[in-house]
Design a binder for this molecule. Sequence first.
Ligand code: NDP
Ligand code: 2IT
Length: 461
Amino acid sequence: MEAYVKDTISKEEELVQAYMDEVFETIVKRDPHEKEFHQAVSTIFRSIKPALVKNPAYRNHNILERIVEPERLITFRVPWMDDNGTVQVNRGFRVQFNSAIGPYKGGLRFHPSVNTSIVKFLGFQQIFKNALTGQPIGGGKGGSDFDPKGKSDREIMRFCQSFMSELAQHIGKDIDVPAGDIGVGAKEIGYLFGQYKKMRNTFEAGVLTGKGLSYGGSLARKEATGYGTIYFVQEMLKDHGFDIAGKKVVISGSGNVSIYAMEKAIELGAKVIACSDSDGYIYDESGISLETVKQLKEVEKRRIHDYVEFHPNAHYQEGCTGIWSIACDIALPCATQNEIDAAAAQTLVNNGVKVVAEGANMPSTPEAIGIFLESNVLFGPAKAVNAGGVAVSSLEMGQNSSRMAWSFEKVDTKLQEIMTDIYQNCKEAAKEYNQPGNLIVGANIAGFIKVADAMIDLGVI
Ligand code: NDP
Ligand code: 2IT
């Protein structure tokens, strides 16, 4: 596997490389079909070699073997009845990956593509993301292959109730705290929380985050991932003497992360010229109307192609990858994994992109990341860029524990501080390990060290 760090050959480095290769081969052999999980592990392994060389304790304590194996992986049957009275069966998942620094924390994804590999890749990278936030939260993830598209509200409610009937025995405010992700927003969290509350006969607000404001949710959680993405981009730009105002921005997706990244980018004077959904993308050189996107996607649950009905000057194009052929200064993949491949990355570079920041989880393939790094594009990795969502989830847990509700401004200010700290920590780790400016190496090393040190302190458990 090709490393993201420049090679310098030493004996210790050879030993570390052999150790990483051996652990990687073991996980591939053990679960050969889990391609996305292998990709997430290889992203970490491509970055952390300098940390293992500097501190032999990680190898001596077999940290890598332990960190790639989930503490617990739960799969379960989710039977529910559709509106025709037919029984449907989906598969539910929760991976409780690592609790060295806090209770498992991470979202639930409802999408037909969800399988063990997807939840393991998401849960694995969540460990390091959560460590980077500076909050005391471990890593977890879950979800189902249930497809909420085209389902009635009643069907969604029955599905969520059945899903929680099983999940409830595995979670708790100090055990494992799920939240939303693709296909899981405030509505689903409400049904999940309602069922948990009924089953336990207790109002345990901190068991889920992303809740509605009337029953324990935090102000600014809905906005947090998208706003945090833009706060991180601001730090990247500021550090290089640029400003976001006036920049052309392309944002994939039109869900929770994309919409609030658009909102903050526009507020700060950027021009968002394209966004998408899983069918295709819209392009408007004069700037996308966020109001229309919100109405179509958040309120009416329609397709993004309907945008051109309201803005005839905009263009709609089928297919998702074409969005990366639009010339822009800042590209923000905010939809899903592997949406930017090598060809898309090269096109972005050829068209003069300055910044690529990952709002989604693992949206760039390893080859695409290699192209951005070689081309000196400012590259912000997902673990750092989109950490604002889970960071505010942790603030929501804090508010629930203290029975307090913070103002929007207070949460937003704290979010900005957290994103600035994450940027500085990634930058400093990259510098300390002799890869200045390489934020993917910085993010992975900073996150890894925190968790690995805690694992050593806690002993072999
Ligand atoms: P949403 O379900 O709100 O939105 C997802 C968006 O991406 C939709 O526009 C959807 O299109 C599009 N999309 C989903 N799957 C695909 C696909 N296979 N191909 C193309 N487009 C697709 O999810 P979120 O906005 O919450 O999540 C987006 C990304 O951000 C994910 O990678 C998630 O893991 C990550 N993330 C989310 C956080 C959060 O707080 N919500 C926090 C950190 C990361 P369509 O409308 O057609 O379904
Ligand atoms: O990928 C993510 O960080 C999320 N989906 C948010 C997780 C959370 O617990 O808020």
